[in-house]
Each structure stands twice: as structure tokens, then as C-alpha cells.
Design a protein around this ligand. Structure first.
Ligand SMILES: *[C@@H]1O[C@H](CO)[C@@H](O)[C@H](O)[C@H]1NC(C)=O
Ligand SMILES: *[C@@H]1O[C@H](CO)[C@@H](O)[C@H](O)[C@H]1NC(C)=O
Ligand SMILES: *[C@@H]1O[C@H](CO)[C@@H](O)[C@H](O)[C@H]1NC(C)=O
Length: 446
């Protein structure tokens, strides 16, 4: 009986999830997106690809070492010794990583909201969102008109043409009737309110640039049926059904997602595909999901060589199964994240992605078959042994192990200075302690 039960568990946990795949990995997915085959979206795609190309950096290692250097400087200090183990402590506020340290302890944050723009690091470091525009106050949680959204709704805000810094008049739960198609140069800033996007469609960032999403919760996202949906002030058109991602980043660049809490979406929590690049996902908390993050949807998409994504200071938490993330072709820096739960694997990929894993904590599940952090898909060892997947200062617990491959990293500030002795992986619990959406009160540090 016990054996039967174990077998059942093994089949349930290990086999079932592999049978499902992200909808975008189905080879007919792009043919079925008839809505994208018209002149309007083709034109947007061509323009976006040029801009994405410019957002791509030819020296990704300098960006990754800058970030790890700033973490170790904050944690360990300079040659004078341990300066700042707890980050800046200021009353009740404790900022424990360099992004938070930049803004979180300011009790006057509500009057300095745009300060956030100076805080982003990693590949999305040039993202300015709606900095150059006015504030827009969302005062209604409704989402009834997809073509002519009512002023004061989130859909009206994100489809405007100019830059906007979008804030919320009060706490609200928004059920999106269809995917929320954003326009460029926007910040969605949930600080000061409890903003939950739940039980409806998700957020689409498609062929646009320069978006910040900060301080909101995205729960229980479903497929939207499609129909006529506005994507900018000058255009609306027919869309096929949406995939059911929490956040879908599609052919876009300069995106920063920070302090977002996410769980249980129909497809991916965050998917970034079709050459999306210059992205940072930080300080976020993820739970209750099978295929968390897909970076690159299929093996034959040369534009995915452009992808450069930083995952920093996130907590991959309870009831997650796999793909944190699953990568193709591009360059991925996974730094100081806390992986406290997976059932199949944590980080995987195919088509020779570069994956630099630094200072993460990996706590393996008890299942003896799932201790490996990494997973190479569809490739024999002779092939994947050349892909650069390196683990630096990661902390492995409960039997977790990372199968490395490819060239060793040399001459990064991180490895050349004494920080290497400090094993930053062991600080990760502290670095990610405030991951997810924060409760910010006016006049108090967040
Ligand atoms: C690294 O940081 C230094 C100092 O902050 C800055 O001057 C330099 O431009 C950064 N390099 C990159 C590639 O971001
Ligand atoms: C909500 O915001 C819109 C757009 O700014 C405005 O026209 C409307 O009067 C506001 N409604 C309330 C109830 O404040
Ligand atoms: C976004 O802002 C940048 C910088 O101001 C500008 O060059 C660009 O045209 C804007 N994009 C759109 C689609 O308005």
C-alpha cells in the first residue's frame, strides 16, 4: 500500500506537470495568433525589434558584476570590515538589498515616488517608466468597456499614449475582463493601497518599451476570451484569447517588475518571449504555480538571442513546481534569490542559454529524485556541457545540487575580492525578507 501510494505521488508530482506545456511552446501557437498578423501589429513588431536591439548590451558580464558588487558592498562593506549587515536601519524600516536601500526607508516616499527610477539595477537598469509624465490616479476598480475604457480605470490609464505614473486612490481588487494591453512609458505604482488584480485576465506588455510594475498583487489569472480591445489612444482591434499569464512580456524592452506578489495563473506567472530584453524582476514573491517563468518560447526564434534578464532578490516559495525560470538562447543573471520550494527543478533551459547563478539559496525538496536544481531539456550532455551555466557562492541545502557547465567566470569583482569568502547565499533569507508587495503607510517608511 505504501509503495502504491509512493508510486502515485511520483506519477502525480513528476509526470503530470511535464505533460502540460506553456501554450506558447505549442508549435502552432504563433499561427493561431491571427490577430497579430495584420499590418498594425506587424508594424509595431518591426519598430519594437529595432528598439529592443538598442536596449541589448554587448557586455552583459559588466552588468552582472556591477549588481553583485553592489550587493556585497552593502552587505559586507569595504576593507574596513562588515559595515552594513542589516542594510540601512531607520526606525521600523530595514532595507536589506541595494534596490530597497535606495528608497524604502524614506518616510516621505509618497511625495518622492519617482525616486524609484534611480533604484533599478541589472539588465532593466535604464527603465524609467512614467517618470517624465504626470501622475494618474486610478479611482475605480471596474473594467467594463474594452474599447472606450472609463476615465479613472486602470485600463484607461495604461492605454494613454504619453508617459504616466499611475497610482491608486484607495485599495481595490480589479477583475480584468480581458488582457490589459499596456502602452509604453508607464509606471503602475501600488504603494499606499492594497491593489489586487485577481480572477480575470492578466497584464500584456507587447511590442512596447519602458514599463515599471511595482507594489501590486496578481492572483488567480485566467484566460481572456478575446474580442475588441484597445491598446492605445489611436487603436483598438480584435484579439484572440489571451494565454492566462500573470504578466506576459512579448517583444518588449526595459521592463522592471519589483515588489509584486504573484500566485496561481493559468499559464506562466511571468513569461518573456520574442526577443524581450533589458528586464529586471526583483523583490517579488511567487507561490502556488506549476510553470513559473518561461524566457523564450521556442527553439527556433533567433531573436531570443537578444534576451537579457536579471532575477534578483525574489522569493520562490510555497507550492511551486518548476521553471524558475526556464530559459532559451539569451543571457540570464539569477542573483540572491531564495528558492525554498520546488517539486521538479528550479532553473532549466534548452538552446544554450547563458545562466549565471550567484548567491542564491536553494533548499531542495525531500523527494530524492528532485534534488537537482538544474535541468537541460532535449539535449545530450555532449551538447549541453558547453552551455555556460555557472553557480557562484550559491548555498545548497537539503541535498540540492547544481550541475555546472561551460566556461568559468573570471575576473568579476565578486570573485576577485574578499566577498567570495562571505558566502552571500547564506544572507539570502535576510536579503529577500521583504519580497512581495509591501504595506506602505503614508508618512512612514515602507
Ligand atoms: C557599473 O557601475 C559603475 C559605477 O556605478 C558605472 O559607472 C558603470 O557605468 C556601470 N556599468 C554598467 C555596464 O552598468
Ligand atoms: C475618477 O478619475 C477620473 C479621471 O481622472 C475623473 O474624471 C473622475 O471624476 C474621478 N471620479 C471620482 C469619483 O473621483
Ligand atoms: C516613450 O518615451 C520616450 C522618451 O521620452 C520616447 O522617445 C518614446 O517615443 C516614447 N514612446 C512612445 C510609444 O510614446
Amino acid at each position: 500500500m505504501a509503495t502504491f501510494y509512493n508510486l502515485f505521488l511520483l506519477v502525480g508530482l513528476v509526470l503530470l506537470p511535464t505533460l502540460e506545456a506553456n501554450v506558447k511552446e505549442d508549435s502552432s501557437y504563433f499561427d493561431k495568433r491571427v490577430d497579430l498578423h495584420n499590418a498594425y501589429w506587424q508594424d509595431k513588431a518591426a519598430t519594437a525589434q529595432q528598439v529592443n536591439q538598442q536596449a541589448f548590451t554587448s557586455d552583459p558580464y559588466s552588468v552582472t558584476s556591477n549588481l553583485t558588487y553592489s550587493v556585497s558592498e552593502l552587505l559586507i562593506g569595504d576593507t574596513k570590515g562588515r559595515r552594513n549587515l542589516k542594510g540601512r536601519k531607520n526606525g521600523p524600516c530595514e532595507a536589506t538589498n541595494p534596490i530597497d536601500w535606495c528608497w524604502r526607508c524614506d518616510p516621505n516616499w509618497a511625495n518622492n515616488r519617482k525616486k524609484l527610477v534611480e533604484c533599478v539595477q541589472g539588465f532593466g537598469r535604464k527603465t524609467t517608466g512614467g517618470r517624465d509624465g504626470p501622475f494618474y490616479v486610478v479611482n475605480a476598480s471596474t473594467d467594463n468597456d474594452m474599447v472606450n475604457p472609463v476615465p479613472g480605470t486602470l485600463r484607461h490609464a495604461v492605454t494613454r499614449n504619453g508617459p504616466l505614473w499611475i497610482i491608486f486612490a484607495h485599495s481595490m481588487t480589479i477583475r480584468l475582463s480581458q488582457e490589459l494591453i499596456m502602452n509604453s512609458n508607464k509606471t503602475i505604482d501600488g504603494r499606499g493601497a492594497d491593489v489586487i488584480i485577481q480572477n480575470g485576465a492578466g497584464i500584456t506588455i507587447q511590442y512596447i518599451q519602458n514599463v515599471i510594475i511595482h507594489g501590486i498583487k496578481i492572483f488567480d489569472i485566467m484566460v481572456g476570451n478575446g474580442g475588441l480591445i484597445r491598446d492605445s489612444e489611436d487603436h483598438y482591434g480584435f484579439r484572440t484569447q489571451s494565454d492566462g499569464d500573470g504578466i506576459s512580456i512579448y517583444g518588449s524592452s526595459n521592463v522592471w517588475i519589483d515588489h509584486v506578489s504573484m500566485r496561481n495563473c493559468r499559464d506562466g506567472l511571468i513569461d518573456a518571449i520574442e526577443g524581450s530584453t533589458a528586464i529586471t524582476i526583483s523583490n517579488s514573491h511567487f507561490t502556488d504555480h506549476n510553470e513559473c517563468m518561461l524566457f523564450g518560447a521556442h527553439d527556433n526564434s533567433p531573436v531570443d538571442h537578444l534576451m537579457q534578464i536579471t532575477l534578483a532578490f525574489n522569493h520562490f516559495g510555497k507550492r511551486l513546481i518548476q521553471r524558475m525560470p526556464r530559459c532559451r538562447l539569451g543571457f540570464f543573471h539569477v542573483v540572491n534569490n531564495d528558492y525554498t520550494h520546488w517539486e521538479m527543478y528550479a532553473i532549466g533551459g534548452s538552446k544554450h542559454p547563458t545562466i549565471i547563478s550567484e548567491g542564491n539559496r536553494f533548499i531542495a525538496p525531500n523527494n530524492g529524485y528532485a534534488k537537482e536544481i538544474t535541468k537541460r531539456e532535449y539535449s545530450p550532455e555532449a551538447e549541453w556541457s558547453n552551455w555556460q551555466w555557472r553557480s557562484i557562492n550559491d548555498l545548497y541545502m537539503n541535498g540540492a545540487f547544481f550541475r555546472q557547465g561551460g566556461q568559468e567566470l573570471t575576473n568579476t569583482p565578486f570573485s576577485s575580492q574578499d566577498m567570495i569568502k562571505a558566502k552571500p547565499g547564506s544572507y539570502v533569507g535576510m536579503i529577500t525578507r521583504y519580497a512581495g508587495s509591501l504595506r506602505c503607510r503614508f508618512g512612514k517608511p515602507c
